[in-house]
Ligand binder design. Structure first.
Ligand code: HEC
Length: 185
């Protein structure tokens, strides 16, 4: 192959297979992670713009979404948070339950970040179910509730759901159904 054709082929191959040469330049600043701080090596090499996410969403991603899904919708064995978790905020017991459920109570997060993340969960996944006068969680409330562990999460959940039905917040306990194990919940 003549030298000039070889060079041309190499240039074409480089253009086709090296996306950095023709990808859009990474966008820094507002809303995007700076190009040199993108954690994923491939995205960084390709210059793919990565949106910046807030701390509460990141905390949820690290501590919760493996089970609950990034949109609050999960496998049937884990209760759905989307369009549902806000109902719990209608009673004092329900509000306490969402902090004392084991994976929340034991999350490796300080009280203020846990409070902020729970507020994010409530308002992003389930705003329509929240009471009109919903008071956001704060660090003091979360700290107090975290000192009290549930003897039985299964029993507590049943009591809380029963309380929500009796208070007329939901029509039926079926609203909260999920299938961790047949007959367990
Ligand atoms: C290992 C899987 C797993 C992880 C991780 C997890 N959860 Fe859960 N979550 C569950 C299961 C299962 C339940 C049902 C209650 C129980 O058995 O603990 C639940 C219940 C809940 C509830 C009560 C909803 C209901 O319908 O009973 C809330 C709120 C909740 N989780 C939020 C979170 C948050 C916030 C995090 C992150 C800090 C988190 N969960 C991490 C599996 C998980």
């Amino acid at each position: 192959m003549p030298c000039s054709r070889l060079v041309a082929s190499l240039a074409l191959a480089t253009f086709m297979f090296c996306p950095t040469l023709h990808a859009e330049a990474p966008r820094d600043g507002d809303g995007f992670v700076p190009a040199d701080a993108i954690p994923d090596v491939n995205l960084r090499a390709q210059g793919t713009p990565v949106p910046r996410i807030g701390r509460a969403r990141e905390d949820f991603a690290r501590h919760c979404q493996g089970c609950h899904g990034h949109e609050g919708v999960s496998v049937a064995e884990v209760p759905r948070l989307r369009d549902r978790v806000g109902w719990f905020a209608h009673t004092r017991e329900g509000r306490a339950y969402v902090v004392q459920v084991p994976n929340v109570l034991q999350a490796h997060l300080p009280d203020d970040r846990l409070a902020a993340m729970l507020n994010w969960v409530m308002t992003s996944f389930s705003a329509a179910q929240l009471p009109a006068d919903f008071q956001p969680f704060d660090a003091d409330e979360v700290r107090g509730l975290r000192t009290q562990r549930l003897d039985s999460v299964v029993r507590r959940r049943a009591e809380v759901v029963d309380g929500l039905v009796r208070a007329g917040v939901v029509d039926s306990a079926d609203v909260f159904a999920f299938s961790l194990a047949p007959g367990r919940y």
